[in-house]
Design a protein around this ligand. Structure first.
Ligand SMILES: Nc1ncnc2c1ncn2[C@@H]1O[C@H](COP(=O)(O)OP(=O)(O)OP(=O)(O)O)[C@@H](O)[C@H]1O
Length: 267
């Protein structure tokens, strides 16, 4: 593939299986509600790490804590051994943690290609206008080449000129992933990537996420309600319930855990 984007170089080189992210006692209160309660876990380099739990369990809040969108009430988060607790979203993104959102956040009136290009310029510090007009020709050519490569990866290169708002949910979610990859992450956080997808799109998602992980040398965290997909896709799964982490482990053991069955999976 041409125009492959090298992932961010970590501050300290990390090898497969080594811890990339570490949450220690992460807690977030909203008034009297504890949305995330003293959560500790680690994510290892190269793994696909699932996050499941009932509605309102705190999954998206945990992603928001990990990407700087919401500051924690207490606890710490390290990335590649560096303490990033309380860092603003642009700093977290700049260090190499990219994400997609549960509610799709594409620029609906921009084309697929423009959406990816804007994200690349956001990474290089240029604003939206510069993102669309470019700063110099050499850089613009590189940005263009990378954007096409990303659209190719997510299967949308033949629709590069179409407005994002016209795409199906499944295509919009794939475009969001291309846009997140344009920020050159080492870790990619996917918030409900299968939401709104039809059965065949869901069926293709596992292979697609694995391919993206392999091709871009990523670590992936994924929130997903579709249990068969999570169990098939993930190397390890964490389960939240009322803000608390009630289980972490490989899919088979998590599925058998009585606490998880009672809270989420049902009898
Ligand atoms: N900004 C906020 N202000 C107040 N309460 C919030 C805020 N964000 C989240 N909450 C509350 O925190 C709890 C956890 O919400 P969160 O969205 O993280 O859960 P979730 O597991 O992602 O749910 P879902 O599966 O439905 O998306 C919920 O009770 C929610 O209402």
């Amino acid at each position: 593939m041409t125009g492959h984007i090298a992932p961010n170089a970590p501050a300290t080189p990390m090898s497969a299986g080594q811890q990339v992210l570490q949450a220690t006692g992460l807690t977030r209160r909203f008034g009297g509600l504890i949305a995330v309660n003293n959560v500790s876990f680690e994510v290892r380099r190269g793994e696909i790490f699932g996050l499941i739990g009932p509605n309102g369990a705190g999954k998206t809040t945990l992603f928001n804590l990990m990407t700087g969108l919401t500051p924690p009430s207490s606890g710490t988060l390290t990335f590649g051994g560096k303490d990033i607790t309380g860092f603003a979203p642009h700093r977290v993104a700049g260090l190499g943690i990219g994400r997609t959102f549960q509610n799709i956040r594409l620029f609906k009136i921009l084309s697929a290609l423009e959406n990816v290009k804007v994200a690349q310029h956001a990474r290089t510090g240029a604003g939206l206008l510069q993102g669309l007009t470019g700063r110099d020709r050499a850089e613009e050519r590189l940005v263009d080449e990378r954007a096409w490569a990303l659209l190719d990866l997510v299967g949308l290169a033949n629709r590069a000129g179409e407005e994002a708002g016209n795409f199906s949910y499944g295509d919009q979610r794939r475009l969001e992933i291309a846009r997140a990859l344009a920020t050159q992450p080492q870790v990619l956080l996917l918030d409900e990537p299968a939401a709104g997808m039809n059965t065949s799109e869901k069926g293709e998602l596992t292979g697609f996420i694995r391919r993206v992980r392999d091709e871009y040398d990523l670590t992936v965290m994924v929130i997903e309600h579709h249990v068969p997909l999570v169990m098939n896709l993930c190397d390890r799964v964490a389960v939240l319930n009322f803000g608390e982490l009630i289980a972490v482990g490989d899919p088979a053991s998590v599925q058998k855990d009585p606490k998880v069955i009672e809270a989420y999976l049902g009898g």
